[in-house]
Design a protein around this ligand. Structure first.
Ligand code: PEP
Ligand code: MG
Length: 565
């Protein structure tokens, strides 16, 4: 095959979760915006038959979900079973049939209107009931798709493993993916630091985002080979290419549990976790502790604040996995792409620059104080060394208040995330108050470069190798060194071995990442002396573009090629 033919068979995007995997494409159907059918039924329609079809399609949807639940395991099974029950809930089906009989609505529109009524009633009831609104919307879309003969929305349920191709994935879709079924993910949208990227990395599923026209280019059942490090998707790969990918996947590295450079300089290698179940996997992967526990991921779909008791239980189950080790708990980072109805406003014009992270406590101080009470209780009951930090801190005053609030509860190791340029530039005075800083490069890059982290089209700007970003990180490390305080990185940049070398060279003292990335980062650091890290970091910072900085660092690390990274 000529090089041109090979080129024509490969599409490109941004590799966000390393690994190579092949399989047939399964497309995720687009969400349903509104029924396509006419709203009203013709005058001479058989209303009883139309009403009956609502019940039949609801039954069919419930059966499909029930079968999927039987095949799925763990959390996915419970979620699918709850959704299946909702599909045949008389409240929904009877209301839809009434719309058919009394108002002559076509079955899809009857289901649409009935679902809106049921969702409204559940929202009014609040609490657990309000949390079921998402299930109502989910089954509504499925019944409408079934009635209109459209592909089922949501993640396809198949018996055989597949490569999932979608416009984008909601965090909830990604969290429910079964890594034994979904071999790889390809999306049209999303950037390298979107939550789809973070979750796919934490599940260890190779992923490429920002692939233009992916749904047109990658037809259902076409075999593709996804390379999540290179950011490529090869159509119709050869048998040798597939065998090579499988061989590499089988050859996984392990992490010894102690991070250090070739000359023995210690760099703590920690794990990021999103929900309590992830902590066990992190401990099994050898993580030295948890560098970022995203507490909001435990409560993302909640309509109301979780009780202190529930929070204590969730936090304890993470702390329990790391007795005697460091666990950094981040207070709720709600807002922007992680809205939490009990904490954030949904109609801000510019949510990424809005009331998110620690700022939500200005209006809702009680939610932060309840959370700190819960963290303090959990810390008291478990043996882990608990550190606490606040997201989206911008000023010295905010730092002082947060540290004081932690101190009042006996939480002595209180720190801040550096995600806003202001905090990076004020790292000296901020770290005179806070015990540590953890740089959230995902947001820091977004705010330094004014590039939305969710937009694939801005991915070239949203790059940790941008020299301006590296200079912000260096400024933070300088502030940390002045105050003799540790400065870690817990954004996705820490998980890329070449970037990790530059970060260590800039003075970062710990790196926190998804457990799947620990072994690769550890292997590259172990092959690189600190002076080399420092030299490459300085050259990268002095570069004039991200491409130049990246090629300097990668070019100075032959070990990357030797390890296939
Ligand atoms: C970050 O911004 O880098 C970070 C770690 O926080 P999150 O990705 O949850 O916003
Ligand atoms: Mg952040």
């Amino acid at each position: 095959m000529t090089e041109d033919e090979q080129q024509a068979r490969t599409v490109r995007g941004i590799g966000v979760s390393p690994g190579r995997a092949a399989g047939p494409v399964a497309q995720m159907a687009a969400p349903i915006a509104e029924p396509r059918s006419r709203r009203g039924l013709p005058f001479n329609s058989d209303l009883d038959a139309a009403a009956q079809s609502v019940a039949e399609h609801a039954q069919r949807v419930a059966q499909g979900l029930e079968e999927a639940a039987q095949r799925a395991g763990g959390a996915s099974r419970d979620v699918l079973q709850t959704t299946a029950q909702m599909a045949t809930d008389p409240m929904l089906v009877t209301a839809a049939q009434a719309y058919v009989r009394d108002e002559r609505l076509s079955p899809p529109w009857a289901v649409w209107e009935a679902a809106a009524d049921v969702a409204g009633q559940l929202t009014e009831l609040g609490g657990y009931m309000a949390e079921r609104v998402r299930d109502v919307v989910d089954v509504r879309d499925r019944i409408v798709a079934s009635l209109e003969g459209l592909p089922m929305p949501g993640v396809p349920q198949r018996h055989d493993p597949f490569v999932l191709v979608a416009v984008d994935l909601a965090p909830a879709d990604t969290a429910l993916l079964d890594p034994s079924k979904v071999r790889a993910i390809v999306t049209e949208q999303g950037g390298p630091t979107s939550h789809t990227a973070i979750l796919s990395r934490s599940l260890g599923i190779p992923a490429v985002v920002g692939v233009a026209r992916a749904l047109q280019e990658l037809n259902a059942n076409t075999t593709v080979l996804v390379d999540g490090a290179a950011g490529t998707v090869t159509l119709h790969p050869t048998a040798e290419q597939v065998a090579e990918a499988e061989r590499q996947a089988a050859q996984s590295r392990t992490f010894s549990g102690v991070g250090r450079t070739a000359d023995g300089h210690r760099v703590e290698l920690l794990a990021n976790v999103g929900e309590p179940g992830g902590a066990t996997a992190a401990a099994e992967a050898g993580a030295e502790g948890i560098g970022l526990f995203r507490t909001e991921f435990c409560f993302l779909d909640r309509a109301e604040e979780p009780s202190v008791e529930e929070q204590v239980a969730q936090y304890r189950s993470v702390l329990r996995a790391f007795p005697g080790k460091k666990v950094v708990i981040r207070t709720l980072d709600a807002g922007a792409d992680k809205p939490m109805p009990f904490l954030t406003d949904t109609d801000e014009p510019n949510p990424a620059l809005g009331v998110r992270g620690l700022r939500t406590s200005w209006r809702n101080p009680k939610i932060l104080s309840n959370q700190l009470d819960a963290i303090a209780q959990a810390a008291e009951l478990e043996d882990a060394e608990v550190w606490v930090m606040a997201p989206m801190v911008a000023t010295v005053d905010e730092t002082e208040e947060f540290v004081a609030a932690c101190g009042r509860r006996g939480l002595q190791t209180a720190g801040v995330m550096v995600e806003v340029p202001s905090a990076a530039l004020l790292a000296g005075p901020i770290l005179a108050r806070a015990a540590f800083a953890s740089i959230g490069t995902n947001d820091l890059i977004q705010y330094v470069m004014a590039a939305d982290r969710l937009l694939g089209s801005l991915a070239s700007l949203a790059d940790a190798f941008q020299p301006a970003v590296l200079r912000m990180i260096e400024a933070t490390c300088t502030g940390g060194a002045q105050q003799a305080r540790p400065v870690g990185v817990c954004g996705e940049a820490a998980a890329d071995p070449a970037t990790a070398v530059a970060l260590v060279g800039l003075g970062v003292t710990s790196l926190s990442m998804s457990p799947h990335s620990l072994a690769d980062v550890a292997a590259v650091l172990e092959a690189t002396p600190l002076t080399r890290c420092q030299e490459l970091a300085r050259l990268a910072m002095e570069a004039e573009s991200a491409e130049e900085a990246r090629s300097i660092v990668r070019g100075g690390l032959p070990v990357l090629g030797e390890l296939g990274l």
